[in-house]
Design a protein around this ligand. Structure first.
Ligand SMILES: Cc1cc2nc3c(=O)[nH]c(=O)nc-3n(C[C@H](O)[C@H](O)[C@H](O)COP(=O)(O)O)c2cc1C
Ligand code: SF4
Length: 518
């Protein structure tokens, strides 16, 4: 029997040379006469070890990494096909501390399986949640998701069960499930990783959402910058259709659900759910005023569930193991697990899924291992471009929606971006305003005009023009944007700006101004 060698195919690993490594291994196996089958799997999300190559040995899957094509000859010489010793040897995959210390519920199969093999997915208990859901009434499914305490992972943390109930209770001839896979937040990649590494879990989650709400059609709206995710999702949808998982007779139940992938043209604001719906309808990506809620009048004016990829991918395990099982993880009103994405200037960047409640300090210092540069951490931005900058003094904040809100921060899509002591927070504040100005949909004045005035005020600070007045103006402007904007793009831009000003006032003093004036 062939020896299975796993080389990840996800975009992160490919960017680090995984395709060349896979080719080099296949070629060397041919010349060495070794019976090797190279399997392209998803990434486990330990990006500092990618491309991480694994071998299926008699004592389990063992890993080597990061591997370059130049290492391949030496790996063969070291007998890596039987798990031989080599300087890149990492031991059994499941025992790598970064992976072993996680609670992988949503990402439980990502990395272990060939992403488009339904056989692999079933072998790792895939589709069990769907099978259970098919035995339940729509009301019971909604109740189970409500009881699990699952909250939207796209940013707002809205209870998923309540959203589903609204759609379920809305009378309509047609309802829709729209998966928000726009993933625009800086430092985030969980949606991409799971679509590339375990697409069937998203398909399963969307079918369950359809059964719960009466929707028979689903769309995955994703960004054009994710070509591999689009390709893999499309392939998986074809496989699911061919095997009776999607279509008019889901697993022989007589129930119907089908789905397709739609590609966005690339605008941060198109991740906002109403703007996304406009974009899907072929209109300009402009935010719609609410009400009506998308749950009542969404895609094509019909009741629509709009959920993030990770929210939907968390549903199968809830239906598989029960609401209580999921709810037992976490703290306070933040239940279950959260796939944290650790990025920026950090030693061990990657995806870390764990129950809510770790402190920010534990995440960046212990799990992330501190900065990649080895310099002290100065600030951590949590929650994407609209998230606050947290200083070291706030590292005791637990990863929890309410705890972050109490400290004027947000979890968002759980992206954590680390900065060392060379970062200039006044520059970052300007960047936040500039980002908002560029990405604003233009519908409301506080965001459209306020963000431009904001960059001008920071520029005046940079030039040292009447600093006290500028700081007063900036604070006032942030209040106007926070309370007067129609959506969270204008409404949350004050978070990075004000946190920078509050926690790093020295960066706003004249000594730092010449740096910002570059
Ligand atoms: C400017 C802006 C950008 C957003 N981008 C995304 C995004 O990329 N992905 C996402 O899931 N939600 C995004 N959201 C949140 C969505 O509007 C919406 O709350 C979410 O898709 C609902 O799904 P959930 O309940 O599963 O989180 C964004 C919101 C705003 C205001
Ligand atoms: S806050 Fe900005 S992005 Fe949101 S509706 Fe207003 S102008 Fe558009």
């Amino acid at each position: 029997m062939s020896i299975k060698v796993y080389v990840p195919l996800d975009s992160g690993s490919v960017a680090l040379g995984a395709d060349d490594v896979a080719t080099a291994i296949a070629q060397k196996a041919t010349t060495a006469g070794a019976d090797v089958k190279v399997v392209r799997n998803g990434s486990f999300g330990m990006y500092w070890l990618e491309p991480m190559v694994e071998v299926e040995t008699s004592h389990g899957r063992v890993a080597y990494g990061p591997v370059t094509p130049e290492d391949v000859d030496a790996l063969f010489a070291a007998d890596f096909l039987t798990g031989g010793e080599h300087k890149l040897y990492l031991g059994r995959t499941e025992n790598i501390p970064f992976l072993k210390s996680q609670t992988r519920l949503t990402f439980q199969r990502c990395g272990f399986i060939d992403p488009v093999s339904l056989e692999d997915y079933r072998a790792y208990d895939g589709l069990t949640g769907l099978k259970n859901a098919l035995e339940m009434t729509d009301e019971q499914i909604v109740q189970s998701v409500t009881d699990s305490g699952l909250r939207g992972r796209g940013g707002a943390g809205f209870p998923t069960g309540i959203k589903w109930k609204t759609v379920r209770d809305a009378p309509a001839d047609q309802k829709y499930i729209v998966c928000n896979a726009d993933e625009g937040d800086s430092g985030t990649f969980a949606d991409r990783m799971i679509m590339e590494g375990e697409p069937f879990v998203l398909i399963e989650g969307m079918i369950i959402a359809g059964l719960a709400t009466g929707a028979t059609k689903g769309y995955v709206y994703t960004r054009s910058e994710y070509p591999a995710a689009i390709r893999i999702m499309n392939e998986a949808i074809e496989v699911a259709r061919a095997n009776g998982v999607l279509g008019d007779n889901i697993l022989g139940s007589g129930k119907t659900f089908d789905m397709e992938v739609r590609m966005g043209a690339g605008a941060y604001v198109c991740g906002e759910e109403t703007s996304l719906l406009n974009s899907m309808e072929g209109k300009r990506g402009v935010v719609r005023a609410k009400p009506p809620l998308p749950a009542l009048e969404g895609f094509m004016g019909r009741p629509t569930v709009v959920n993030n990829v990770i929210s939907l991918c968390s549903v199968p395990v809830i239906l598989e193991k029960g609401a209580d099982y999921y709810r037992d993880f976490g703290m306070g009103r933040s239940r279950g697990t959260i796939p944290i994405q650790i990025a920026g200037n950090v030693k061990h960047g990657g995806l870390y899924e764990v129950g809510f409640g770790l402190t920010l300090g534990e995440i960046v210092e212990q799990i992330g291992g501190g900065t990649a540069t080895g310099r002290p951490i100065k600030a951590v931005q949590v929650g994407g471009p609209l998230g606050a900058y947290f200083p070291k003094e706030l590292f005791d904040t637990p990863f929890d929606y309410e705890e972050f809100a109490k400290r004027d921060g947000l979890i968002g899509h759980a992206g954590v971006v680390v900065f060392d002591d060379t970062v200039d927070l006044m520059k970052q504040a300007r960047f936040a305003m500039e980002f908002c100005a560029i990405e604003s949909c233009g519908k409301c004045t506080p965001c459209r005009i306020g963000s431009i005035r904001g960059t001008e005020v920071v520029d005046k600070l940079t030039r040292g023009e009447d600093p006290e007045l500028q700081i007063e103006l900036l604070t006032d402007l942030c209040n106007t944007m926070k309370f007067g904007s129609l959506c969270a793009l204008g409404g949350f831009t004050p978070y990075p700006v004000m946190s920078a000003l509050t926690h790093f006032p020295d960066d706003f003093k004249p000594h730092a101004l010449d740096i910002a004036a570059e």
